[in-house]
Design a protein around this ligand. Structure first.
Ligand code: PRP
Ligand code: 7HP
Length: 181
């Protein structure tokens, strides 16, 4: 993917209302699936998933806790380095717990595959994955993606937690950045 021009206003892909409706639906589905199973531990993947997780967790009707993990593979680029760096590990032990990884986006799938493998080794009672956005081209290397908010094309999307070079993250909507060329 070529470089987005900085300073542009992103084209709206999902406005606040569309995001709210879809997050509501996901929360209902997740609450139904986990009902009666006890507590779910939501693992938010920083930094991109912070807004999605905040909205999702408040709409769940099941008992839940929250922990965070931070990874990075893009830096200031729009092409994955292919190497996922663990910047911050979970605070708590996940052995015997129902764990749901909460991502903002699955693009190449490298991050989710890395996290699923790493957390799976820690012996959780169950391990599922949820992402707000999923690129059609994503190849999560066999990692199941259990809950998907929206399927999207291979555009560079920003807002609602997603960034380009650490910009645009705080936009309330999800938009597409135009690329040069
Ligand atoms: C982004 C995003 C996902 C990951 C998805 O994180 O938040 O975690 O990339 O890409 P992939 O499917 O190609 O691995 P990034 O490394 O940019 O860190 P950030 O969330 O702190 O911006
Ligand atoms: C990571 C990421 N961050 C923001 N927008 C996208 O389209 C992205 N793909 N992978």
């Amino acid at each position: 993917m070529k470089k987005p021009q900085l300073g542009q206003t992103p084209r709206v892909l999902f406005d606040e209302e569309a995001i709210r409706r879809r997050v509501d639906e996901l929360a209902r589905q997740i609450s139904a699936d986990y009902a009666g199973k006890g507590e779910v531990l939501l693992v938010g993947v920083l930094r991109g998933a912070f807004l999605f997780l905040a909205d999702l967790c408040r709409r769940l009707t099941i008992p839940s806790r929250v922990d965070f993990i931070a990874v990075s593979s893009y830096g200031d680029k729009t092409v994955s380095s292919g190497t996922v760096r663990l910047l911050l590990d979970l605070r708590g032990d996940i052995r015997g717990r129902h764990v749901l990884i909460v991502e903002d986006i699955v693009d190449t799938g490298s991050t989710l595959a890395y996290l699923h493998h790493m957390l799976g080794l820690r012996d959780p009672a169950s391990l599922k994955t949820c992402t707000l956005l999923h690129k059609a081209k994503a190849d999560a290397k066999g990692t199941p993606v259990d809950y998907i908010g929206f399927e999207i094309e291979d555009d560079w999307v920003v807002g609602y937690g997603l960034d380009y070079a650490d910009l645009y993250r705080t936009l309330p909507y999800i938009g597409v950045l135009q690329v040069n060329g």
